[in-house]
Design a protein around this ligand. Sequence first.
Ligand code: ADP
Ligand code: MG
Length: 322
Amino acid sequence: MALSEFALIDRYFRNCGMKRTDVRLGVGDDAALLDSPAGCDLVAAIDTLVDGVHFPPGCPAASVGHRVLAVNLSDLAAMGAKPAWALLALTLPNIDEGWLDEFAAGFSALARSHDVALVGGDTTSGPLCVTVQILGHVPHSQALLRSGARPGDLVFVSGTPGDAAAGLAVEQGRLQGAPDVAAHLRKRFLYPSPRMALGKSLRGYASACIDVSDGLLGDVGKLAQASGCGVELSYKELPVSEELVAAVGDVRARELALTGGDDYELCFTVSPSNVGRLRQDLPPERWGYSLIGTVREASGAVVTQNGNVMEFSHSGYDHFGK
Ligand code: ADP
Ligand code: MG
């Protein structure tokens, strides 16, 4: 016999993620009671993954559980915040215990590794769709905003964007490659690592920050627009992974680094007066970020090579775009 809704919640979600002493009351009552630290802003974000839109049908359940939390954690990283609590709204077409086991394991492992407690949620029946709301903290007036960049600031990105878009193509059978390369790229899509430590450490260094979810070029454009300026990225400085270049070649790799999605890296700006301190306190080799461009007065986000502006047909994913 299928599990009742109550038994399902009890089995999979009552003890999911980290146990935290600031959770006065977690899963089980009508609402959770949470103890917020003094001196901090409460930071809240929410993201939904829809089957067939944000992950391909048949995607491993552990990956869905991991990603729905990872995309939310990444938003908190981009604010320089520390995550604490999550709520999970789960819409399931049927009760598949094998799927739920894996889903909860994927969610719980990532939650534990970032000290996040699952404190509540909602479970309904319908087409597969998962939503997580994340709550966390940042000391008053220290959050990293999109709007703080100024002309002359330098632009950086963490990691190697583009891998996840290629990994999705591998997952969907649209891209083949040597087994180790394909496995690496696929993992970059299925199990992204939100840059929590970097985000928190950028407080006091970065003038603005955004997480890269819809393509670097589009997202850096959002940061520039929020700051009332523009950016110029250097084509040859884009950090592309060996694996990505091996799978698709250098030109396509750079195109994916600019326009692919699902990277969950951080793109941030630093004023010239803070760059020395940044490099000294957070060495780029150790922290895994690269200088890719500069903020300028003219609006828009452009990519240049040897002084020439390059055209990219697709600058990020827009759900309602054509
Ligand atoms: P109510 O009808 O009062 O909203 P529910 O029956 O929906 O209560 O939920 C009972 C308890 O289980 C609540 O504490 C709720 O937060 C929690 N809960 C429900 N679904 C989930 C889920 N998918 N993950 C975590 N907690 C959940
Ligand atoms: Mg409810």
